[in-house]
Design a protein around this ligand. Structure first.
Ligand code: NAP
Length: 375
């Protein structure tokens, strides 16, 4: 039975991964070995079989015992530990949620319902590093990948509405703490039906601007009742790293661009953090290579994979079925607002939502584990 090292299993992505692995019976197929950066020597979770003690996630000798390592610990961890492990001669498979290795030539970005041929080809070539994609990219491709596979897209732009959970466990807590502070600051005014709305509004703005350093430690600024139009590092050219990932990773997943012999599809985004708890949403504008009837586009999207949940483009269906609240915690990728745009018959608008902790993070990792176990 393969010895599988699990690192980062108690974080946001890691806990969802553990849930999914339990739900799908993955632990029956492996000998799990749990690692920790903060509690080495502690007790491993109940899924442990023979390896019941938490190992130090920086202990290369212990990691080297594993046939496969799955990590959701984060990019700082990968940056430090991965090179040491390979330098120590480890030949196992590395499955990772972090961005560090994604764009390396010898790493594959995994999203098997979209790019199984790319994964199979890499396995045949002996590639050992399989990295989960950016959450927004993965959710978008699960929804609209069919249009790219059919080579119908000339270019795409995207505005994202990304949830607090994209930043991890601490970010979700911070959003809720901020919400609590806002509510507390106007509670007596809310209780009084005669209170003036402008007073409530002014008090909220004052509270937001007065949130302490502790209350904004993770987002740097208030997110509750606001939004943040920048996600991840500043690349110094007017774009954020998150926006760059949208184009670079989408093309790599699809096997397009430099190194694949197929021109990249231009894709650009403005990525925005909003006060949603979980689930990344995206408003998309696509220029199609030709005028494809709407009914055909709908059929292509619906037929692509069993997780797409097509939402008819009506007010009733959209407000009920095309929201983070409707999608959160499910494997659904909701696709809706599909319509031709005023710019011309080749221009199409769409809106997608996916739980970025499931399809956007944990699910491709556990599915890659299954692919390895089944080969
Ligand atoms: P996270 O919730 O911050 O967890 C990462 C690690 O932080 C945990 O494994 C844990 O390590 C430690 N930690 C410290 N305090 C904690 C607490 N109160 N609760 C839980 N864990 C705590 O990060 P994440 O969002 O899971 O992200 C992990 C990696 O996945 C990152 O590289 C991220 O970019 C990537 N990713 C995230 C998402 C997403 O939507 N969040 C999507 C795709 C990819 P120890 O147990 O060793 O202490």
């Amino acid at each position: 039975m393969a010895l599988v090292g699990l690192v980062g299993w108690r974080g946001m992505v890691g806990s969802v991964l553990m849930d999914r692995m339990q739900a799908e019976g993955d632990f029956a197929l492996i000998e799990p070995m749990f690692f920790s950066t903060s509690n080495a020597g502690g007790r491993a979770p109940a899924m442990a079989k023979n390896e019941t003690t938490l190992q130090d996630a920086n202990d290369i000798a212990q990691l080297k015992r594993c046939d496969i390592v799955i990590t959701a610990q984060g990019s700082d961890y990968t940056k430090v530990v991965y090179p040491q492990l390979r330098a120590a001669g480890w030949k196992g498979y590395w499955i990772d949620a972090a961005k560090t290795l994604r764009m390396q030539d010898d790493a594959v970005i995994i999203l098997d319902p979209v790019n199984m041929p790319v994964i199979k080809d890499a396995l045949a070539r002996g590639v050992k590093d399989y990295i989960g994609g950016n959450c927004t990219v993965s959710c978008m491709l699960m929804g609209l990948g069919a249009l790219f596979k059919a080579d119908l897209v000339e270019w795409m732009t995207c505005t994202t509405y990304q949830a607090a959970s994209g930043g991890g466990a601490q970010h979700m807590r911070e959003l809720l703490t901020q919400m609590g502070s806002l509510n507390a600051s106007v509670r007596s005014l809310l209780d009084d039906p005669a209170s003036a709305i402008l007073e409530i509004d002014r008090t909220i703005a004052d509270t937001q601007r007065g949130l302490s350093a502790e209350e904004t430690k993770n987002f740097m600024v208030p997110l509750a009742g606001s939004l943040i139009p920048w996600i991840d590092a500043d690349r110094g050219d007017g774009t954020s790293l998150e926006e760059w990932k949208g184009g670079a990773e989408t093309n790599k997943i699809l096997g397009r661009g430099p190194g694949f012999g197929v021109p990249a599809t231009p894709i650009d985004s403005i990525c925005v953090r909003v006060g949603a708890m979980r689930c990344h949403s995206q408003a998309l504008t696509l220029k199609m290579k030709r005028d494809v009837p709407l009914a055909d586009l709908e059929a292509i999207i619906k037929a692509d994979n069993s997780w797409v949940r097509y939402v008819p483009n009506t007010r009733e269906a959209s407000v009920r079925g095309l929201t983070p609240v409707a999608v959160t915690g499910t494997m659904d990728i909701a696709v809706g607002r599909l319509r031709k745009l005023a710019m011309g018959p080749q221009y199409v608008g769409a809106f997608t939502i996916g739980d970025q902790l499931l399809w956007g993070a944990a699910e491709p990792l556990r599915r890659m584990l299954r692919i390895l176990l089944e080969q």
